[in-house]
Ligand binder design. Structure first.
Ligand SMILES: [Cu+2]
Length: 398
């Protein structure tokens, strides 16, 4: 492996995600006041996440996180999208304090405490302001690789934990006959699955058991159709000719089965010790490519959500997952192929702006509302991104 120092160009500064604890002190020439402004405290209780300040000057920030509640908690610093994990500290027991140290460039962020280590956590906006004495970020490839792997693992675990919480809620609504609420939650719960779909795919059967479309099931060979899309058809039967609604006992069977599979998936993703999953840098890059292929194969065609037509939620989630994976290795790519990094950043933004045109409230318009011209626009933006994205793995592993 080629080890070289990433030059602290302005561009690199803007994109290097986070270098936990790679510099001890950022207050060179800044005096004590500035140093103190970078040392924050966090109180995490059952229902609050109290920070000593909601902004700090760019540089090396430290968060002393004290758990004042009775559940084990976690603390995250997230990017402006609320998805990319900039740094995190987990497993903080009651009455304990743990420190998170991150090197944060100027920008908008979110903080989150997660008492009980489930759900989205208690979030608030956080600002990192411009600083004259911001330290040059410089890290070796190895540091960037280590950080990318740690952050990606945390991202997958976070999404999986949220998937489990929302799936539980969804199954409860569905089995309880609250169909309107179940329909509203369906695409929202699935976002977490679609963001990490390429990881789920690596678990063999769990992927088809959870996410198979009816068209992919070989009924003649005795295969059973289970998972999200089986329930989807039951909740949106209007396009299904001569459909017989599931009985409440059948609902319970399919609902419990979905929850069992998502629980199993989450168990594998959260495993620690020798069972812990690792995400080598090529797997992260390939995951980004794989998620974009998902978009091209199932979402742009409207095949994935044949009954609910909520394909654009999945589309956005696949793009989120692809972008977060890319951004995790972006700092490394900047040092190896800055042109490719520039192109990828621009093409991700272009695809997002196409997708943004189809937002409707908190969600998106239905696939059935799209014209051929709309899907053509999307296909073009996906193709424009997939060509340079196909070069990502080779570039970051060179
Ligand atoms: Cu899918």
């Amino acid at each position: 492996m080629r080890i070289k120092t990433l030059l602290a160009s302005a561009a690199a500064l803007a994109v290097v995600p986070m270098l936990s604890a790679c510099t001890e002190n950022a207050s060179s020439g800044g005096g004590d006041a500035k140093a103190d402004a970078r040392a924050l405290t966090v109180g995490s209780s059952a229902d609050a996440c109290e920070l000593s300040a909601t902004e700090a000057p760019a540089g090396t920030l430290s968060f002393d996180v004290t758990n004042t509640g009775s559940d084990v908690t976690e603390f995250y610093l997230l990017g402006s999208d609320g998805l990319r994990i900039v740094g995190e500290v987990e497993n903080i027991g009651p009455n304990l304090t743990k420190k998170l140290t991150v090197n944060a460039p100027e920008g908008d962020y979110f903080t989150a405490c997660k008492p009980g280590m489930v759900g989205e956590g208690i979030r608030a906006a956080f600002k990192v302001t411009h600083s004259e004495d911001e330290q040059a970020v410089s890290a070796s490839d190895q540091e960037l690789i280590d950080q990318a792997q740690t952050n990606y693992r945390a991202y997958v675990q976070d999404q999986s934990a949220q998937l489990l919480v929302k799936t539980k809620e969804f199954v409860q609504l569905y089995e309880g006959g609250k169909d309107d609420e179940a329909r509203a939650l369906y695409p929202v719960a699935r976002e977490h699955w679609e963001r990490i779909e390429t990881v789920a795919e690596s678990f063999g059967d769990l992927d088809p058991l959870t996410d198979a479309r009816e068209a992919d099931v070989d009924f003649a060979a005795g295969e059973k159709w289970t998972g999200w899309h089986r329930i989807e058809k039951d909740l949106w039967p209007q396009d299904a000719k001569g459909y017989t609604a599931l009985t409440s006992a059948e609902r319970t069977t399919y609902g419990d089965d979905l929850l069992a599979n998502v629980t199993e998936l989450d168990g594998r993703i959260q495993a620690t010790g020798s069972d812990a999953l690792t995400y080598p840098i090529d797997a992260i890059a390939n995951g980004s490519i794989g998620l974009l292929e998902e978009v091209a194969n199932g979402k742009i065609t409207g095949e994935e959500e044949a009954w609910s037509h909520t394909d654009l939620w999945d589309f956005q989630a696949n793009v989120d997952g692809a972008r977060v994976a890319y951004e995790g290795v972006q700092g490394l790519l900047e040092g190896k192929d800055p042109e490719l990094a520039k192109e990828l950043t621009a093409k991700f933004a272009a695809l997002q702006s196409v997708l943004d045109q189809y937002r409707d409230g908190d969600g998106f318009v239905l696939y059935t509302d799209l014209t051929p011209a709309d899907t053509k626009k999307m296909t073009d933006a996906v193709n424009a991104l997939s060509e340079p994205l196909s070069k990502l793995t080779a570039a970051v592993t060179s």
